[in-house]
Design a binder for this molecule. Structure first.
Ligand code: AMP
Length: 364
């Protein structure tokens, strides 16, 4: 199926995955007159609540996928772990952005880090650890402290363990389930930053300014936009994101998470081929949000302006923090976003709140 196609307003965007990223994309799509059809195994998903149509089925249900493809003009995704087979099957029936090749790389930390390094971009030192013996050898080569991460399906700090000198590396590998892992040298970073960059069907790029991310318990807690870093480092972070989105030949949105070391090096940590939590501030502080950029990119529209009209501080509302919503709703400066999730489990992202400041006055 030819991947290049313009979808006019009124068309239907298929969304694989039903979470808040899909929800906010569907809301941006609606603003431009598009309908969203969400495909997710989950009933009453945050995305379905704001979409024109939904299919609730497994990602391996070929009949349901074929009917979904028929109902959509283009398909995108809000979760990078959609099975590659699912995306490849759909791509035979309807344009899908980003494509199966991008997912194959970004679903696997070892493939992803190898890919990044081949583009001449630095990561933390790392080694594949596909067995206990390989993990032990990697630890003696890289030294401890280090972090052992499952190659696949990790998120928000899940599927990883920090190893201190003297720790039992083989036991740690087994505790992660005896699956393919990577061992990464521990980075003593000054801060964590990310850049969200959109790429259109015509290859045009639009990068948002680099932002600083602060985590709590492995989960993003706060994003400060823009990051207050040396301008040369900000420019380098943006250049890295541009280089990687082009090398991936990705149409859509790519988020690049990076460490800035105390020595002033920029190291890529992770790629996400979709809108990213650290880009939520763009809804309220930019003429075009990351979600609208995804819609524009996959529908073949020109990308919008990524410049920010304000500085922003975005706080996630995690678990019971969302119970603060009445107070936040009463706070005039707070742009409140709630995702429609019924159950506030610990660690679950329930919403976020963005506060805007005149440029240069975010008061950090
Ligand atoms: P990840 O799931 O890879 O994004 O890791 C979650 C968080 O763990 C990151 O945002 C960092 O705060 C921390 N982290 C991950 N890898 C490293 C590393 N190699 N060195 C130091 N901290 C790390």
């Amino acid at each position: 199926m030819s991947a290049r196609r313009t979808v006019a307003s009124g068309g239907t965007i298929g969304m694989l995955g039903g979470g808040q990223l899909g929800r906010m994309t569907a809301m941006a799509a609606a603003r431009l007159g598009y309908r969203t059809h969400v495909f997710t195994p989950e009933a009453d998903s945050p995305c379905a609540q704001v979409s024109a149509a939904q299919t609730v089925a497994g990602y391996d249900d070929r009949d349901a996928l074929a009917r979904f493809a028929q109902a959509c003009d283009v398909v995108t995704l809000e979760w990078e772990n959609i099975p590659v087979d699912t995306v490849a099957f759909l791509a035979g029936l309807v344009p899908v952005h980003p494509g199966a090749g991008v997912l194959a790389v970004t679903q696997d930390r070892a493939l992803e880090k190898g890919f990044v390094n081949r583009q001449g971009v630095a990561t933390a030192p790392w080694r594949p650890a596909g067995s206990a013996a390989e993990a032990v050898a990697a630890a003696s080569e890289l030294g401890l402290p280090a972090i052992l991460k499952t190659a696949r399906l990790g998120y928000d700090g899940k599927g990883q363990v920090r190893l201190a000198p003297g720790d039992d590396v083989a036991a740690a590998w087994s505790a992660l389930g005896g699956v393919d892992c990577v061992l990464e040298g521990f980075v003593d970073f000054a801060c964590e930053v990310s850049v969200v960059v959109a790429r259109g069907q015509d290859g045009a790029l639009a990068a948002y300014p680099a932002v600083e991310n602060r985590h709590r318990d492995g989960i993003l807690a706060r994003t400060l936009a823009p990051a207050s870093l040396d301008p040369a480092l900000l420019a380098e972070a943006e250049a890295v994101a541009r280089r990687l989105v082009e090398a991936l030949d990705l149409v859509g949105v790519l988020a690049v998470e990076m460490f800035v070391t105390r020595g002033g090096r920029v190291l890529v940590n992770e790629l996400a081929p979709r809108p990213h939590n650290s880009g939520h501030w763009t809804i309220d502080a930019c003429a075009t949000s990351q979600f609208e950029q995804l819609v524009r990119a996959v529908c073949g529209l020109p990308l919008g302006a990524p410049e920010a009209h304000s500085d922003a501080v975005m706080d996630n509302l995690i678990g019971l923090e969302a119970e603060r919503w009445p107070e936040l709703a009463a706070s005039p400066g707070a742009c409140l976003h709630l995702y429609g999730k019924a159950q506030a489990r610990p660690g679950r992202k329930m919403g976020h709140v963005t506060r805007l400041f005149p440029k240069g006055q975010a008061g950090r």
